[in-house]
Design a protein around this ligand. Sequence first.
Ligand code: MN
Length: 723
Amino acid sequence: MMRQYELVERVTKYDPDADEDLLNRAYVYAMKAHGNQTRASGEAYFNHPLEVAAILTEMKLDSATIAAALLHDTVEDTEATHQEIEEKFGKEIAALVDGLTKIAKLDLVTKEAAQAENLRKLLLAMSKDVRVLLVKLADRLHNMRTLEHVKPDKRVRIAQETMDIYAPLAGRMGMQAVRDELEDIAFQVLNPDGNKIINDRLAKLHAESGGILKSIEAELTQKLAENGIKAEVTGREKRSYSIFRKMERKLLSLGQLSDIFGFRVIVGTVDQCYRALGIIHRTYRAVPGRFKDYISTPKQNDYRSIHTTVIGPHHMRVEMQIRTRLMHEIAERGVAAHAIYKDAPDAKEALDGFRAPAAESNAYRWLRHLVEMLQEGESPREFLEHTKLELFHDQVFCFTPKGKLIALPKGATPIDFAYAVHTSVGDSCVGAKVNGNHAPLVTELQNGDEVDIIRSEAQTPPAAWEGLAVTGKARAAIRKATRAAARKQFAGLGREIIEKMLAKLGKTYVEKEVTTAIPRLGHKNTDDALAAIGKGELSAIDVMKAMGLTIDDTKLKELRRRTPARKADGDELSIPVRGVSRTTALRISPDTGAVPGERIVGILMPGAGITIYPIFAKALEQFDNQPERWVDLAWDTGAEEQRYPARIKVSILNEVGSLAQVAQVISDQGGNIDALQMVAREGARDFFDLDIMLEVHDLKHLNEIMAGLKSRSAVSDVTRKTG
Ligand code: MN
């Protein structure tokens, strides 16, 4: 374990003005607070915050950060309180520790909306002070270094979270060294086989190429020195994870991978970078298309360097990265490097004349900007552009008009979005605007889309939506809503059935009386019982008996009278039939169709509500001995322009143009053909039959069409199908 004075020495070495007293007090306080606690490895717990602090000294961070690192687990894991930390160490350090405590237990692996929310919390905590992020990354790095002591399943989760969130975050902050190490350890855990194969191959190459790294280093240093450039050249093998990624990206086999050696050429000034590049290109043949100048155009995370690939000694492809010392520091340490250089009076000079980082680095500005947007909820697309990218791949992030982030799986539609916002929003969704334009509900949402759900309280989600939704939440909610809507329709129908029956007995329907009968009928509540009547699962006569009504035999016969009401329209004792297509409880028999103006009856179909038949339907015969299933119905179409189905049979001459004549007559008369089938007539080769499902307004309309058809020369006969 590192001694107290060793830690302080490390800090004072790069920061002579460091607050030694603060460091000493934090060291002692944390050591006492963690007391006898041990880690999974069995070592003293205090070793962990101490190592985290040590990692941060490598980044040359200020005393406050080092102190916060020592204290980072005290509030979370010991008796220490925020208040005590503030009293003993002041507001600045207390705030840092508080940020770390808040994010200590965030689970960023679950692939749920919670992940986005947790990421938001993480970014919020870090944005208050970038040093929170630095300590958190150092904390994660040490946990990764000691991961072997953790139980296997937990190990995989931590490795996954590191690979998904912390490594990309370190990369985005420009901390390449931390990112590399995090990725390498995570890769070992997540893909041990892949890791082993690559390492074996690297070892073999290493043995084959012998001292190639050293010889190239020496040769390059020599060449540059001859041209008056003092350079530090270091060769290295690429890391197994970066090789793996390249293989994956370019679908290469290990044997095909050529440039697994890389060299860093560190020189004094920007000018020397370009001169060194010239010398390297004169000495070795450059590989076309591999030159990149990140000095004139730095990466978003402040990375600056010149990259080129050349065919070096032994005909091996090697990648060169040419940069100044300061660029190197920033490349390795990113935001952490800025944490010191921003205050240095000679920072501008040190940066060699090119764009000096202002008070804050690009990376930190990115983080802050991100969080400003999170807080203000504006410009969601920009927010996304910056975040999702490196951090998530199988999710899309969309926004409400107010800027609330909604994370959805890829392939999600506005329906999923609506249900993710709230079940009531999904249930009342009738349309959507995506980025301000009306969009179909089947639209696949893209990252950054702003989705505005158009709602109507009259809406019930159609059952077919279940197929359009990809989230379980939306599907379950749609199923529930369609079930509830169907139940409501059945209950309404059941109520009408019992009302009419009571009316025939000269009684009025009183819901309470039905309610009292419910327990005897084995139903939970009135609506359930009424729905059962509507569905045909429960006989209305049984309900009336359960209500205590005594019905004598003649009355019963009367009730069971299966002859439908005399008047076809508007019989007050019949159940009115309106827009049939939208209700589940009532359906028209597809064998015949039925149109307003013709006499109809309903047959209770257990579990499916009522099927409507025209009185001439053949199918009715089979219900002759089940009078309790017959329901009186009457059309009540009102002023609404609706269409109803009618099935007809048209016999036509088997000649060119016959079919066209039929279609012409129907369309001229304003009818629609919903379905049409040709049926060959046995033994009559000159004729064939058409089985047509028409959509018409009413009986008059149907008769006009049938008369029109009969008048055509090609048509020999037109009849109504009876089933
Ligand atoms: Mn920790």
